[in-house]
Design a protein around this ligand. Structure first.
Ligand SMILES: Cc1cc2nc3c(=O)[nH]c(=O)nc-3n(C[C@H](O)[C@H](O)[C@H](O)COP(=O)(O)OP(=O)(O)OC[C@H]3O[C@@H](n4cnc5c(N)ncnc54)[C@H](O)[C@@H]3O)c2cc1C
Length: 134
């Protein structure tokens, strides 16, 4: 079981150490009490030009995880036993048609990347087609 902390915001000038400091603060645990700390996600929130943030999701282990999460009492501090490694369950039925991804936003491009990496004898990367508007 791990603790996952979402929505950790740091500024562009902050060092990466600040992510762990913030995670500890949000979960109300001391840095020395945590182990297996891992950054799961890093994104940029550039919606406000005068305040661009880096936003992180991290996970870590510590003692009494359920108690820590209950005490933190925050929607951003969660108990998690699921493994979010990129394990996608692909079907094993042969496709009768080539897959088409509509839209080249982040979701469409990521779907294309995942499909392209999943090269099997029935699907080659060049057969993945991403349709862009216009
Ligand atoms: C003003 C603004 C600022 C933002 N800033 C940030 C930020 O700083 N950081 C951040 O993490 N997120 C930001 N977001 C959110 C981020 O843009 C979205 O979460 C993300 O784009 C969603 O990705 P998506 O692939 O699901 O959808 P989209 O990015 O919307 O992609 C869908 C794509 O499909 C295309 N499409 C739709 N219909 C068709 C069709 N019929 N045929 C072909 N193509 C089609 C669209 O043109 C589009 O390119 C911002 C959003 C907005 C609106």
């Amino acid at each position: 079981m791990t603790i996952r902390v979402n929505n950790i915001r740091i500024s562009l000038d902050d060092s990466l150490d600040r992510v762990l400091d913030m995670a500890c603060k949000m979960a109300q645990v001391s840095k020395k009490d945590i182990w297996d700390y891992k950054i799961l996600k890093e994104s940029i929130d550039a919606r406000r030009k005068n305040k661009i943030d880096l936003v992180y999701q991290v996970e870590f282990k510590c003692n009494n995880e359920s108690r820590v999460v209950a005490r933190a009492n925050s929607k951003d501090v969660l108990l998690d036993s699921t493994n979010i490694d990129e394990n996608f369950n692909f079907g094993n039925e042969k496709l009768s048609k080539r897959p088409i991804i509509v839209g080249t936003g982040p979701a469409g491009l990521f779907a294309g990347l995942v499909l392209a990496k999943t090269v099997t004898d029935q699907l080659f990367w060049k057969e993945v087609q991403v349709l862009k508007k216009n």
